[in-house]
Design a protein around this ligand. Structure first.
Ligand SMILES: Cc1cc2nc3c(=O)[nH]c(=O)nc-3n(C[C@H](O)[C@H](O)[C@H](O)COP(=O)(O)OP(=O)(O)OC[C@H]3O[C@@H](n4cnc5c(N)ncnc54)[C@H](O)[C@@H]3O)c2cc1C
Ligand SMILES: *[C@@H]1O[C@H](CO)[C@@H](O)[C@H](O)[C@H]1NC(C)=O
Ligand SMILES: *[C@@H]1O[C@H](CO)[C@@H](O)[C@H](O)[C@H]1NC(C)=O
Length: 519
């Protein structure tokens, strides 16, 4: 039997077949300033939870201890170093039955836990836990397709690049992410803004069925007919109700896309912003076309660009006519398989940088775009001055959220994003700030400025009455409360779902990752 404890001495557990004895645990070395009693409690819980998992025959070899090769490799697969928390132990289920075993153990032993699928949310505590067990869905990563039902059955630990590749040979695609590295589990349960969102809705709107392991280990399906309240709640409610072990999603009957990026000189700002606003105002006239405007700083200079796409694979789609008349400095636009284009959009998104994402929603107002651009320029300079020599990037994404996107929810059983009333008053701008920094030390200097930048945007949006007080969960920072923004009625509904499917509140009390239901 092997005993494991981490360097701080807070955890000791056995990875052997039998339960550890508390006697052995209490003999663990006491390190540092931790009081003996606090250490003993933490040590005991850690020991019980990890040992209990490791002792289950079906989980042999699937529970990873700190400082082992596999454990360290999994930590390296996090997109953001902020999120890569080192837990007491990790468990990597390979089947729904495994997840059920894990859930029963957590339930019985009251183990704190975190959930990760693709690990692409960035903030500390987004998808992992330090004092607890991280349940890592990375080994549940297959996609199967039924030509009869045209439904793709996708395991939560898949990445969208793998999904598009699998579906490509059938000539179909999925309403998934615009970067290949992004995971399915977090993306879909948080909404999922896709190239197909104007024509089909968010990824969650395409879900025919979720297979879910509930807090007590019971496996249920959630769809239009069975557990429909759970089905609807998972369409935006994230990890609040159970472990999603399979997503059955309707597909899109083409694997071709016209899309790519255009770069503009910064001096074209006014023309680009005007073209963006007009495009957003007309999103319902061409549901196949979509747009992102980007303002970047890559460590060297600021930049301006746009990502254009048309999912009917129409070359030079007329919805973007205003953009074609603006002088560009480069363009990658072309018709291609989505399975090929998406990796290109992703570029070499590096893993392990100190990333933070944060977001808001405003009316479709040029003053907001100008304000964000001006503050971007100002804060890039402040950040350079605060952390000289740091290699950091600040990326802004501006994307429309419109009635033409949101209406798909009602056609497919509803989601809980709470956007209907907001977009009824007109198109909105979803802004996203992404800051990535090379080291923890530099991030410490830069992060307060990032928060100042974000707060300035919100304050300005408030001052002109443009703030919609809604934050997209998949882009939100840990201090935001995206679910509260769904509205009081939705929150009541989500709480009722939680009481029904998780009466002991396991996913509210023991889950240490991601966004909870408002108190
Ligand atoms: C490069 C990049 C590109 C992106 N592109 C897009 C985009 O085009 N559109 C968009 O909408 N978003 C995009 N995002 C944001 C993305 O949607 C979120 O980061 C999302 O959380 C990623 O899903 P994941 O599986 O990697 O989640 P993780 O980070 O692994 O998990 C996040 C949270 O989701 C919940 N969760 C995950 N798996 C499960 C499960 N099996 N059961 C229950 N709950 C679960 C948990 O609460 C968890 O805490 C992008 C992010 C990056 C880094
Ligand atoms: C997918 O899961 C299998 C185990 O089921 C694992 O061996 C493989 O590395 C995973 N693939 C990726 C890309 O993570
Ligand atoms: C980009 O500029 C080139 C050169 O002027 C032009 O031929 C091309 O059509 C432009 N592309 C777009 C998408 O506007």
């Amino acid at each position: 039997m092997n005993y494991h404890y981490n360097v701080s001495g807070t955890c000791l557990w056995s990875s052997g077949p039998s339960h550890p004895s508390c006697y052995r645990i209490m003999k663990a070395p006491v390190v540092g300033a931790l009081s003996l009693s606090a250490l003993a409690i933490s040590t005991a819980r850690c020991s019980t939870c990890c040992s209990a998992l490791a002792a289950l025959p079906e989980l042999q070899g699937k529970v990873y201890a700190p400082d082992t090769t596999n454990y360290n490799l999994r930590l390296k697969t996090y997109y953001s170093a902020n999120a890569a928390l080192a837990p007491w132990c990790m468990v990597l289920p390979e089947s729904t039955e495994d997840v059920s075993s894990v859930a029963r153990t957590i339930f019985q032993e009251e183990c704190p836990f975190g959930i990760r699928s693709g690990a692409h949310s960035a903030f500390k505590g987004a998808n992992g836990i330090k004092e607890g067990i991280t349940i890592d869905f990375g080994y549940m990563n297959t996609t199967t397709y039924s030509q009869e039902t045209k439904i793709a059955s996708i395991q939560p630990g898949s990445r969208w690049g793998q999904v598009y590749e699998t579906l490509d040979e059938y000539g179909v695609a999925a309403v998934g992410a615009r970067a290949d590295v992004v995971g399915v589990g977090g993306f879909t349960t948080g909404g999922g803004y896709s190239f197909y969102s104007n024509s089909r809705g968010f990824a969650c709107d395409m879900v025919a069925n979720f297979e879910v392991v509930l807090a007590n280990g019971r496996v249920v399906n959630a769809n239009e007919h069975d557990n429909s309240d759970l089905w609807k709640s998972l369409k935006g409610g994230s990890g609040n109700f159970g472990f999603v072990t399979r997503i059955d999603q309707y597909t899109v009957e083409s694997n071709q896309l016209w899309g790519g990026g255009i770069a503009f000189d910064l001096s074209q700002r006014d023309a680009v912003f005007d073209a963006y606003l007009k495009f957003a105002d007309n999103m319902d006239s061409d549901p196949a076309s979509q747009l992102i405007v980007t303002i970047g700083y890559d460590g060297a200079q600021r930049s301006l660009g746009a990502l254009l796409s048309n999912v009917d694979a129409v070359d030079m789609a007329p919805a973007f006519d205003d953009f074609y008349s603006i002088d560009n400095t480069s363009s990658t636009l072309r018709i291609e398989h989505i399975a090929k284009l998406v990796p290109e959009f992703t570029g070499g998104t590096p893993l392990g940088l100190y990333a933070h994402w944060m977001t808001g929603l405003t009316s479709n107002d040029k003053r907001i775009m100008e304000f964000i651009d001006e503050k971007h320029a100002e804060y890039v300079e402040k950040m350079k001055a605060a952390a000289p020599g740091s290699n950091f990037a600040v990326l802004i994404l501006l994307q429309p959220v419109t009635q033409s996107m949101v209406k798909h929810s009602a056609e497919s059983g509803g989601n809980v994003l709470g956007l209907e009333e907001i977009v009824a008053k007109g198109p909105t701008i979803m802004w996203l700030i992404v800051v990535t920094v090379d080291t923890a030390e530099n991030q410490e200097k830069i992060h307060p400025l990032t928060i100042e930048f974000r707060d300035a945007v919100n304050k300005y949006a408030n001052s002109i009455g443009a703030n919609k007080n809604w934050a997209y969960l998949n882009y939100a920072l840990g201090d935001q409360d995206p679910i509260a923004g769904y509205g009081a009625e939705v929150v009541q509904f989500l709480k009722a779902t939680s009481h029904k499917y998780d009466p002991k509140g396991v996913f509210q009390k023991l889950r240490g990752s991601g966004f909870k239901l408002p108190a």
